[in-house]
Ligand binder design. Structure first.
Ligand code: SF4
Ligand code: SF4
Length: 127
């Protein structure tokens, strides 16, 4: 009984982290294009078509099984958040499973943006 309550709490925590992750990716795709580009430039590997990122929070209705792979029925028209997953380490942490992608550095896009901004401000004060 105690164990199952603990499991429920862990599940709620994981789901709420995934919801935050979805909102974060949506926000970044809308307003932080530079951070997205930076994240993409630091991403290595390839998609294994496991479909795990399409199951975050809930299973996407466009996800369908084809043989050993999970494919997207609207792949050509999939949203930017799907195209850019994972943006950084935070997304991999939300996934909680292995992904075909890794990152060169353990830098989150927020940190990257801050570092870019601080470099820019240093450059502008140097002028
Ligand atoms: S979790 Fe990673 S490897 Fe799996 S489908 Fe998503 S991006 Fe591709
Ligand atoms: S739209 Fe396609 S890529 Fe995006 S979550 Fe759904 S199945 Fe996955």
């Amino acid at each position: 009984m105690k164990y199952s309550a603990r499991r429920r709490i862990a599940l709620v925590r994981r789901k709420s982290r995934q919801v935050k992750g979805k909102l974060r990716r949506w926000y970044m795709d809308k307003f932080k294009k530079d951070a997205i580009r930076l994240g993409m430039s630091e991403r290595q590997g390839e998609c294994l078509m496991c479909g795990q990122c399409c199951r975050l929070v809930f299973k996407c209705p466009f996800l369908e099984k084809q043989g050993s792979c999970e494919t997207c029925r609207i792949y050509k028209y999939r949203p930017a958040q799907c195209r850019h997953f994972p943006i950084d380490h935070k997304d991999l942490r939300d996934l909680g499973r292995s992904c075909g992608y890794t990152f060169v550095r353990k830098t989150t896009t927020k940190e990257s943006t801050e570092s870019t901004e601080s470099t820019e401000s240093t450059e502008s004060t140097d002028e």
